[in-house]
Ligand binder design. Structure first.
Ligand SMILES: Nc1ncnc2c1ncn2[C@@H]1O[C@H](COP(=O)(O)OP(=O)(O)OP(=O)(O)O)[C@@H](O)[C@H]1O
Ligand SMILES: [Zn+2]
Length: 722
């Protein structure tokens, strides 16, 4: 190659051509450094003949490449995946590429970094901030910025501690190899049903060909044990495996469980990794040495050279949908990656999404079922609590039948779990004197009270203020009242009802790191907790044999809002949280508190009639031509200037295409009309499957200009409608 077409790590740029200087040799996928204006920039050599629409620049006008990065070239299937993702989700290829080159430090030379850890010496002058930093850092080590984040202090505080000798420098090698998991480390006896499922997966791994499988097994049926056997086969073939989990809080328990089966933990990949770990993982992955990688959705675009198996666990989870930057759905892109790589993709869930079930019906995905729990454990008994008949006491949220059941469980020394999908103490705080309500200054949203940290916080932008003693409007002291419950308020109620019980609150506020999640699992498994109160974070994955009672505080919470998947999501969440009860030898019970006992989804939950629910829900999607039958794409226009946002949205609406099989609704002000200080308008495209939505939208939007301050983003297959 004497010239090379590059994608540079700059989302504002399209592909650019460069000259390959004499003596340098590059191939497609090579990671290189190229000059951009006065600066060097990382880019990747793309295939000859790619992006034919890009204008070809004459040889004499090309600038030469500056150098080649010491890393393996990005494999061809990954390059195809990047092209596909950019095309399907209407994203710049560079933005997708950035997810593949997710550790810039891994591309730099040098094999060591300097980290800091506590030396044991105390600073001459101890300040509250220094104390807090040292306490939180504990045994950990990391870069200055990483320690500042852990300690929740500024970089300057950390630098002060280094100067004072309380933190010392350590040189860390970033290229240590990872130990290899051993497929024969521990032997597990599978039930006949599990074995049949495992055999089928093993066969597919052996074939080294694309298959999409829906592994549909009830909660506690041993889906993990089954796909572990497929991973063992991949290890025997020297292939790499990627396991995607929806939540980084789940990685730590997964690592332990994996290590028990394979002798060593897999390589973890998530946003919480410190830079040196990220670098080490990226390099090992790109060289094919990291055999099993477990991670959040961002692990999907890493440069595995020999991927032999992809598992998406809890595949129904909507957190696989990324809502910022490149708005992709990791479950769907995982299937596409399997297709490009020629390897099986397993979507494991107890509550598969309607989209996935539909693929099975069409014969595109294979279904493997595990209809019973492992080891004779029964699915829990479901009890409905009609809140209109059996209301809780005034100012309380737990109804008498559930209180009674909790008492029995506590007396027997077993554990209960209360589920309410709301963080904090109360979703709304107002002044009883003047009616003032706390609203986020940056968003059209109420501030949520967090009593544990004494703050009012916006759950959309993170803005937080200390909870004041007096109303900021009328200055009346002690006049603020909390409206409605969050998990912290339920925890208070539990403490009042059962002062002797040991409780744990589980939300993203309390389980903010993998280490905290691991500590929680240890506490519950070790019997140090009687009652867990949690958000959706506790609904998935956990296995606590002594947990025999689940209480759903408000089953109706997710039903309003008009989201097309509201009923399905409610069904999935409550089925998943119910699935935490009675997983060991003792039978479990689930109390579902509701005011909507006649709503089809609640009825289906109470009757345990999953098939009827899915049939009715699928039928209504078909009638509405909603996904998976028809498709949606949202266009979101935002600007700090309200008038400009509206005006641009109007112009986009006016230019909407008129086409058979496609309709455009809006523009309308978004339900979340202000977010992080930006005013938002939405348009919704509704189309038949056969319509080429992406091409139409691309064409449509390219005919319109907008100011640089305005952001227009497209959300293909949206999951959020706010
Ligand atoms: N064949 C087996 N031998 C020993 N233990 C098993 C076996 N199968 C399952 N188990 C145990 O049963 C429990 C449930 O299994 P697992 O977590 O794999 O189920 P799951 O289907 O992934 O559940 P969920 O969807 O609820 O997360 C685990 O503690 C697991 O170790
Ligand atoms: Zn906000």
């Amino acid at each position: 190659m004497t010239r090379a077409r590059l994608i540079l790590l700059n989302a504002a740029l399209g592909p650019l051509d460069y000259r390959v200087p004499h003596g340098m040799s590059v191939e497609p996928g090579q990671i290189v450094v190229a000059p951009l204006g006065p600066r060097p920039m990382i880019g990747v050599v793309w295939d000859e003949g790619s992006f034919p629409d890009v204008e070809t620049v004459g040889d004499n006008r090309l600038r030469p490449l500056l150098g080649v990065v010491d890393a393996p070239p990005l494999p061809a299937p990954l390059r195809r995946l990047i092209e596909w993702t950019a095309d399907y989700y209407l994203a710049p290829p560079a933005a997708v590429l950035r997810m593949a080159l997710a550790s810039l430090s891994a591309l730099e030379g040098g094999k060591t970094v300097i980290e800091y850890r506590q030396s044991g010496a105390l600073p001459d002058r101890m300040t509250p901030q220094r104390l807090q930093a040292l306490e939180r850092i504990g045994e950990r080590q990391g870069l200055v910025r990483e320690l500042a984040t852990i300690g929740d202090v500024s970089d300057a505080v950390i630098r002060g501690l280094i100067k004072q000798g309380a933190l010392e420098a350590v040189e860390v090698s970033t290229d240590l190899p990872f130990p290899e998991p051993d497929p024969d480390h521990a032997h597990v006896d599978l039930s006949a049903e599990q074995q049949a499922a495992a055999d089928r997966l093993i066969e597919q791994v052996r074939e080294r060909d694309f298959h999409a499988v829906m592994l549909d097994g009830v909660t506690g049926s041993g889906k993990t044990e089954v796909y572990f056997e497929a991973i063992a086969q991949a290890l025997r073939q020297d292939s790499q495996t990627l396991v995607l989990l929806p939540e980084i809080a789940l990685t730590e328990p997964f690592l332990d469980r994996f290590a028990a089966r394979f002798g060593h933990a897999p390589v973890a990949w998530h946003s919480g990794l410190k830079q040196s770990d990220r670098r080490r993982a990226w390099r090992a992955i790109s060289r094919g040495e990291a055999k099993v990688v477990v991670g959040a959705r961002s692990a999907l675009f890493l440069p595995y050279p020999k991927l032999g198996l992809i598992i998406v666990d809890e595949a129904h989870e909507t957190s696989f949908k990324q809502e910022e930057g490149v708005r992709y759905h990791a479950r769907d892109v995982a299937v596409m990656r399997g297709l490009m790589e020629g390897c099986p993709v397993v979507l494991a869930s107890a509550t598969p999404a309607i989209e996935t079930r539909h693929q099975v019906e069409l014969g595109r995905y294979e279904e493997i079922r595990l209809p019973a729990r492992y080891g004779g454990a029964e699915l829990p008994e479901i009890v409905g609590v009609d809140l209109t008949q059996d209301p809780p006491d005034r100012g309380r949220w737990i109804a008498p039948p559930l209180v009674q059941a909790m008492r029995e469980v506590l007396d027997r020394g077993e554990q209960s779990l209360l589920f309410l999908n709301r963080r904090g103490y109360a979703p709304l705080t107002l002044c009883r004197h003047c009616g003032y309500r706390f609203q986020c200054p940056n968003c059209s949203a109420w501030m949520v009270e967090h009593r544990l940290t004494r703050r009012l916080a916006c759950h959309h932008c993170g803005h937080a203020v200390a909870t004041p003693d007096a109303c900021p409007e009328c200055k009346q002291p002690d006049a603020l009242v909390a409206c409605g419950p969050g998990v912290e308020r339920i925890a208070d109620e539990v403490k009042a009802l059962f002062p002797e019980a040991r409780t744990a609150i589980v939300t993203s506020d309390t389980l903010w790191s993998p280490a905290r999640a691991a500590a929680f699992v240890r506490d519950v498994a070790g019997g140090a907790v009687d009652i867990i109160i949690g958000t959706q974070l506790v609904t998935k994955g956990y296995h606590f044999p002594e947990l025999t009672l689940v209480g759903v505080i408000d089953a109706d919470l997710g039903l309003d809002g008009g989201d097309l998947r509201a009923a399905e999501r409610t069904f999935q969440q409550i089925t998943q949280v119910s699935g935490r009860a009675g997983r060991g030898e003792k039978p479990g019970r689930v109390f579902i508190q509701t005011r909507a006992g006649e709503a089809p989804v609640i009825k289906a939950l109470l009757d345990g009639d999953e098939a009827a629910f899915y049939a009715a829900e699928t039928a209504s999607r078909r009638v509405a031509n909603a996904p998976p039958f028809g498709r949606f794409a949202a266009i979101i226009v935002s600007d700090t200037d309200a008038a400009l946002a509206q005006e641009t949205a109007r112009r986009i609406g006016k230019a909407a295409p008129h086409q058979e099989g496609l309709e455009v609704y809006g523009p309308a002000e978004a339900p979340l009309s202000v977010l992080r200080g930006r005013h938002r308008w939405r348009l919704l495209v509704h189309a038949r499957r056969s319509v080429e939505v992406q091409a139409i939208i691309r064409n449509w939007l390219s005919s319109i200009d907008w100011k640089a301050s305005t952001r227009v983003s497209v959300d293909v297959d949206p999951y959020s409608f706010v």
